[in-house]
Design a protein around this ligand. Structure first.
Ligand SMILES: Cc1cc2nc3c(=O)[nH]c(=O)nc-3n(C[C@H](O)[C@H](O)[C@H](O)COP(=O)(O)OP(=O)(O)OC[C@H]3O[C@@H](n4cnc5c(N)ncnc54)[C@H](O)[C@@H]3O)c2cc1C
Length: 404
């Protein structure tokens, strides 16, 4: 059991013992606590429900939860936008938006995250025409490391090309504490979900057609059986003709915010990399061979393959390229390190960029090479937080800011 005062992430592999924990209700409270921390020379880290499995949120100083700043503040049905508060859970967000006839364009595998936490790491679902959640943030406000409230994107009348917006879309909480987010949404809509169990060879043969003909499709591969679970999500009436041969496991229709996310009772550790889209799945094939030859006995769970549309957020791992993602999932009670360490170089060789909220071993020297606008992000980060009030040790390492 963790000692009292310890804050632990969802899977239990990351924890910290902050000297203070605070749950502000207003932006002015957030600004005040950042100014005080700056004056005292201590660190402030924002946290959501801590579903990340790397030490992004950890601090020995002040941990700020936005869980009391929740809800949809206003919507514009014509423009299909909404202004929402940072601590709003994705589930609650879906429900509140539906009451106003609106919906998020896409969601990830679960809806347990808070909107600011999910957006800050580039959380994504699947679909070649669907961007990650960060790309749907078109404006907002943050309290920077100087304790100032700064609008960006449409909230600053600067539009979606605003460099501060493109930095804030995937910021790891290193530019400031988001206190309001303006989201580009869709009309509320229903989705039809079918999960098929089939052989992996059929999926490999038909992957290009699957991703072209479904609004959203992904698949799990089960290393021990070589079976795959293909999840297809489409608006009713727009389903493709082609369905996998095999067993139909799930067949549901409902509002998108209920149909996309899953319940995850079993905890797991995860490594996920974003790779250039390759319909031949060469990286997956290499990983499959490696798992079958070296890890099949130890791998307790499955491998997940998804796609994401390209975007232009500075630190988005879908920056500038249509993307496919491969995730290794391992039950949290089983060893994961040797397995992840052995596969990770395959991701590097295939041009992969790691998910910011999941296990990986990279630091600034490698990451800088992966992001064409890395230095622009650095410059904006230094303007927003010159003293590093928002930097913990882990962020200093991955952002290459050890000297601050
Ligand atoms: C079961 C499970 C399923 C998952 N499924 C997916 C998936 O399908 N797709 C995917 O891409 N990822 C997925 N993830 C990863 C997850 O979406 C990300 O790690 C996400 O960032 C977690 O959100 P959170 O709200 O828990 O934030 P936290 O983990 O608490 O924080 C994440 C980051 O956001 C920052 N942050 C939090 N609040 C603010 C704020 N107000 N202002 C600025 N920064 C802030 C934190 O400092 C930290 O850097 C999954 C994780 C789990 C455990």
């Amino acid at each position: 059991m963790a000692p009292p005062g310890t804050v632990t992430n969802w899977s239990g592999s990351v924890s910290c013992a902050p000297s203070a924990r605070t749950r502000p209700k207003r932006t002015s409270d957030v600004a005040r606590l950042v100014r005080r921390a700056r004056h005292d020379g201590i660190t402030v880290r924002p946290v959501g429900p801590a579903h990340s499995s790397v030490p992004l949120f950890t601090t020995e100083d002040t941990l700020v939860s936005l869980e009391r700043m929740t809800g949809v503040v206003e919507t514009d049905p014509q423009a299909r936008t909404a202004r929402v508060l940072p601590g709003t859970g994705l589930r609650e967000l879906g429900e509140e938006l539906a009451e106003r006839g609106l919906a998020m364009q896409n969601l990830g595998d679960v809806d347990y995250q808070a909107v600011a936490g999910a957006i800050s790491t580039g959380t994504h679902g699947s679909g070649i025409t669907l961007g990650n959640l960060s790309s749907t943030m078109i404006g907002g406000r943050l309290v920077n490391g100087l304790g100032e409230e700064v609008p960006f994107g449409v909230d600053a009348d600067a539009g979606v090309a605003d460099p501060l917006l493109r930095a804030a879309q995937v910021s790891l909480g290193a530019l400031g504490i988001l206190t309001s987010l303006t989201l580009q949404l869709e009309e509320a809509h229903q989705l039809h979900r079918q999960n098929w169990i089939t052989h992996i060879d059929w999926v490999l043969e038909h992957f290009a057609e699957l991703i072209e003909t479904n609004r959203s499709v992904d698949f799990y591969w089960y290393p021990r059986s070589d079976l795959a679970q293909v999840r297809m999500l489409n608006k009713p009436g727009q389903e493709p003709q082609m369905t996998p041969p095999g067993r139909l496991k799930t067949d549901q229709t409902g509002p998108n915010y209920e149909i996309i996310p899953n319940d995850r009772m079993m905890k797991f550790e995860e490594m996920e990399y974003m790779l250039p889209l390759d319909t031949q799945l060469a990286a997956f094939q290499q990983i499959r061979e490696r798992i079958k030859s070296r890890h099949r006995a130890q791998v307790g769970w499955r491998v997940l393959v998804r796609t994401i549309a390209a975007d232009d957020a500075m630190l988005s791992n879908a920056h500038g390229r249509p993307t496919m993602t491969i995730a290794l999932l391992q039950n949290h009670m089983l060893p994961y390190k040797d397995y992840f360490d052995d596969i990770e170089p395959i991701f590097w060789d295939c041009g992969g960029r790691p998910h910011w909220g999941k296990k990986h071993t990279l630091n600034a020297p490698q990451l800088v090479e992966m992001y064409p606008e890395w230095r622009s992000f650095q410059q904006i980060r230094r303007q927003m937080d010159p003293q590093g009030v928002l930097l913990n040790g882990y962020l200093r390492e991955i952002l290459g800011e050890e000297e601050i």
